[in-house]
Ligand binder design. Structure first.
Ligand code: 6PG
Length: 250
């Protein structure tokens, strides 16, 4: 592994087992964090991998185990589309569990994808500052995925946004069909208390191996997530782990 003591990796037979482990972690962390500080601030990731986790959170027994009224949900990034658009990360969470749990609407801190990206980023920053106070937001749990190119949230390789040091959210204007977006910036990702990466499938084997063992972790935005006072846990399935040289904890 990268040699970073704060980084752990666990491998699971398949995406279903990975999702159950992620749901177990979400429940236990929500309960312990709320017991300790009265609230649980989470940034959700988008994409397809977390769908299994989100579906579990919207059904028994997980739905009943989370103290939802004390949970505040944010997003690591969002596509600049309306909230009911099929590509919306908000819609992904809403359909899977937000519509099924007793979460007060004021606890849902949606990125307004329907707005122009620059405005949406500024509005989101205002929301983050109102909730966390000044300074860099500190999430209790930050959920992230990794693209095959090593992007995470909407921080893409070679993007100037990777060098942002003051703003906490930025607009991302993408040339490719993958939509304009709004993303949290690295200073925020690297202040999280607990970062949970979910990666599944053979298509992620190369990037998982490069990031976790490749030695050139700086090439990949997902590899730049190294919280100053937090830990990183990668939950991967066997297919995504197939190129790892060293056995990892299952
Ligand atoms: C997004 C995500 C993005 C995602 C990766 C992995 O909005 O697309 O935030 O960073 O986590 O692209 O996506 P998959 O889970 O679909 O492989």
């Amino acid at each position: 592994m990268t040699g970073d003591p704060g980084l752990q990796v666990r491998t699971f037979q398949d995406r279903e087992a990975l999702s159950r482990a992620a749901a177990d972690l979400f429940v236990s962390l929500s309960q312990s964090t709320i017991a300790a500080q009265g609230r649980f601030a989470v940034a959700l990731s988008g994409g397809s991998t977390p769908k299994g986790l989100y579906t579990l959170l919207g059904a028994a027994p997980y739905r009943e185990a989370v103290p939802w009224p004390r949970v505040h949900l944010f997003w690591s990034d969002e596509r600049c589309v309306p909230q009911d658009h099929p590509e919306s990360n908000y819609k992904l969470a809403y359909d899977a569990f937000l519509s099924k749990v007793s979460l007060p609407s004021e606890n849902i801190h949606r990125i307004r994808g329907e707005e122009e990206p620059g405005k949406a980023a500024r509005v989101y920053e205002d929301d983050l500052r109102r909730f966390f106070g000044g300074g860099v937001p500190v999430f209790d749990l930050l959920l992230l995925g990794a693209g095959e190119d090593g992007h995470t949230a909407s921080l893409f390789p070679g993007s100037p946004s990777l060098h942002e040091t003051t703003r906490v959210a930025l607009p991302v204007y993408l040339e490719r069909p993958k939509r304009d977006r709004v993303t949290l910036t690295l200073p925020v990702l690297n202040r999280a208390a607990h970062v949970l990466f979910l990666a599944s499938g053979r298509a992620k084997a190369d990037v998982v191996s490069e990031i976790l063992e490749g030695g050139n972790v700086q090439r990949y935005p997902a590899g730049l997530v190294q919280p100053v006072n937090g830990d990183v846990l990668w939950l991967i399935d066997r297919e995504a782990a197939v190129k790892l040289r060293k056995p990892v904890r299952t």
